[in-house]
Each structure stands twice: as C-alpha cells, then as structure tokens.
Design a protein around this ligand. Sequence first.
Ligand code: HEM
Length: 509
Amino acid sequence: MAATFIVDFGNGFIFIILCLFSFLCYYFFFKKPNDSQDCDLPPSPPSLPIIGHLHLLLSLIVHKSLHKLSSKYGPILYLRVLNVPILLVSSASIAYEIFRAQDMNVSTRNLPTNEGSLFFGSSGLATAPYGDYWKFIKKLITTKLLGPQALERSRGIRADEVNRFYLNLVDKATKKESVEIAEEAMKLISNSMCKMLMGKSDHAEKVRGLVAETDVLSKKFFLAAILRKPLSKLGISVFEKDLASISSRYNDVLEKSLVEYEEDHNQSCEMLDVLLEACQGKTAEYKITRNHIKALYVDLFVASTDTSTNTIQWTMAEIFNNPKILERLREEIDSVVEKTRLIQETDLPNLTYLQAVVKEGLRLHPPVPLVLRSFREGCEIGGFDVLEKTKLVVNCYAVMRDPDVWEYPEEFKPERFLPSSRSYQEDEMKEEVLKYIPFGSGRRGCPGSNLAYLSVETAIGVMVQCFDWKIEGDEVNMEEARGTLTLTMAHPLKCTPLLRDLNPLRYLH
Ligand code: HEM
C-alpha cells in the first residue's frame, strides 16, 4: 500500500519519529482503545506498524492520496496515526449526514495549541473550541465585518482596491509586461483585508509576506498539531522554533498597526473599535486580551488571502483553457455592465454565468481541500460506530468530485450551476447544499464565503471585461503543487494582459 504514495521524507523529524517510536512506544501505540473492543468501526485500509497511516498524511498531495484511498476502500474509513484515531469521509452523502445530524458534536477542531503563539495558538479563532469566546467573536465578525450589512458598508474600500488592481493591469498592458495572476490577486485581497481590518493598508506588504510563509509552513504545523500530544509524552517538540519565529513577526507588525490606530484619531475601523473596547473591559459580553485581537487578525489574514487568491488563479486558468467559456462570460458582462464603466459588486447579482464559473472553479479546485474537526462524543455514522475524540477529516476535494452526485465530475462545466428554470431552482439549491462544500459546512463552516464570492467574482470580472490575455504555450498547465495544505498551482499562472477595445478608465473617479 505504501508504495502507491509518494512520501515527503524531506522532513527530518519523521525519521526521528519512526526510530524513537519503534523503540519506545510499542505497547502504547499498539494498545487498542478499551472502548473500541465491541465497536463496529468503519473499515480501515492496511497500515504500517507503529505509525499506522501517518505516511498518508506525509504524502506530497494529501487530498489526492486520500481520494485515491477512498476510491479503493470506501467513502468512510477509519485511520490511525500513531495512537490518534481519524475518521476519513469522502462522499457527499456521509459528509451531509455528519453536518446535518452531528453538527454540534463536530463543532470543535480540538487541535492542541501553542501557548502564546499567534498562529495555531490558544487565542486563535480557528483553533478555539465551540464556546463563549468563539460565539462572541463569530457574532462580532458577522456584524462588523462579514455579514451582508457590514459588507455593504465596506463596499467602497473594495471598490478602491479593484480600481487600483485594474490600473495596475492597464499599466502592465501598456508596457506589454506579463503578470503573475496570483501576485496581483494577492495584492488586491490583502490590501482590501488590511483596510477592512485596520483602517489602512500601510502594512499590507509585510502581512502578505508572512501569510505566504505561513502557507508554506502550514502543513508542518498541521502535522505537528496532530502529533503534539503523543510526541510531548516523549518530550519531543517539533517546529516550535518556526512557529515562535513567525508568531513574533506577526506580533511586531500587528502591534505596530494597533498602536498607530490608537494614536491616529482620524482613522476609523468599526471592528477594531469594538475589539479594543472589549480588550479594555468596556464590553460586558466577553473580556479579551490584546493577544486575542492579534491572533484573530492572523487567522483572518491567513484564512482570507491565500484561499481567495488561489480561487482567482485556478478559475482564470480554467477560463483560459476553455475559450468558449471566456466568450460567454464576456458577452454576459458586456451586456449587463456595458462597455463604459468597470464592473462593480452591485452588478454581480445580474451576472449569473460569472457566479456559476466561480462556483465551478471552487468545486474543482477547493483551496481548502481537507476540513478538520473532532468528535466530542461517540456516535454512529453511516452505520458504523465512531468513538469520542476521533478526529474527523472531510475530503471536500473528493466530495466535490463524487461521481454518485456530480455528472462529469472531472470536467469544468459552469452550466451545472445555472438554475435551469425557476420551478427547479429551490430543489437544485437544496441538492447543492448536500454536495457543494468548498467552504465546509455547519456552524464552523467558513464565515467569509460572502466576502470571498464578492472579491473573487469582481476580480475575475475585471480581468475578463477589460483585457485579452496571452498565455505562455497553448494551454495552462493545471498541475497541483506538492507539499502544501492549500490547493495551489504547481506552475503559477503567468500571462500578458492586452487592453480590450473599451476604456472604463476615463470613468474612474
Ligand atoms: C475562496 C475563499 C475561501 C475558502 C474556499 C474558504 C474555505 C474555508 C473552509 C473550508 C473552512 C473550514 C470550514 C469547516 O471547518 O467547515 C474555513 C474556515 C474559516 N474561514 Fe474561510 N474560506 C475562504 C475565504 C475566507 C475569508 C474571505 C474569510 C474572512 C475574511 C475567511 C475566514 C474563515 C474563518 C475565520 C474560518 C474559521 C471559522 C471557525 O473556526 O469558526 N475565509 N474557510
């Protein structure tokens, strides 16, 4: 079995694990949990002695390895990494059963955190257990940042950044220079996020650099988080230096931003005002610390930047590889927006084909292919027993390519998301909830999906509306990068914009 997976043995720590564990913990790791003796656990594919299925998580493209595994052994599998039990879910029907019937039971990720660290730390949101702190922050980010009304209030910020994005592409087109789509998209997203979160984008470049570094390290941090408990029993700590270093650099830039914000009374950011008040104990609801604010901001920057950037990049690549889709998209934009102004967020509800293209991009290339949770209590899933504290991994990548619920699952077909008629619309939407999960699902599902759709659709809209594109070679290479947790292109999309025969430029204010 192991031979089917290419394993990244570049990480020296794996060898340490293999050797030390072989000698030290035979009993500990082979011991079956007492309460599993009489249980009907889901099927388990062949595993290696001691490490169990650890090699699967070390494979270079984890979601693909796990997809292959589920195609062979079934959509619900029991895995073991050292002594950590994991339930792997890869079909739409079982994912739906969990998010519908067990949502509360799986509403915590239960990753061991690093005290004091801003990323994967104990003050973060993504790592927070379901409880008062999480509820307080969730309500706050919904009302002040990510809910429909908050998004309407911040529309001007994003429109300014979209204009900047457009002007930058015009400049490149005039100079006949090529651009890396991900680089330009990253600037757009991180500038907007910085302005929405801190009132200005002065530190956006530093934040971008840190987010890119975090992405590279995230797979290591993720593994370290899963393995921390068993390793700490042996006195082994992994990647703590890397984590401390990146955390301290996030701290420097965020502390500087906070101080600048507090000193500059002309700046205004609703969300930061509420957070600073809660920090001073003025908000009775929940008392937080400055570290909570910074950890929340790290989570928001990390969660929003790479995901939206990757979606823009993958979807543009699909558009370039499908000229008919590009043509139809442009026809729609030209007829709705017309040729004298730049596409805006308020146009999006009328651009149903653009929405369908973005949805299809997210289906085939979900930036977060694996969703991680933990079962608080034992339960029954798909007719099998699941023990308490089992980790849950939902392979969204596999669910959204599940041939039982998607026609031509491997093909880029935006039409599948067009409502075929008004009467079918409701049924279709209901069915979609079961199988379309690029943002996860349930109460711990992504709170940023509305913002993500607005940002991604507008950015793609501008690139299609205003430019023709020259790509290198006949087709974009769609290979996936290895060794990261987010789904990233192996060969960043590079192309040259050519100004189209329309000029919304003169209509910009
Ligand atoms: C295309 C863009 C995005 C994708 C594909 C995406 C996807 C996801 C996924 C799969 C999760 C885990 C959900 C689960 O466990 O069920 C998640 C969580 C999260 N996302 Fe997003 N996301 C995107 C953009 C954003 C944006 C723009 C923000 C905020 C500005 C954001 C903030 C978060 C936060 C805070 C969490 C953790 C929520 C919690 O633990 O309660 N995301 N996202």
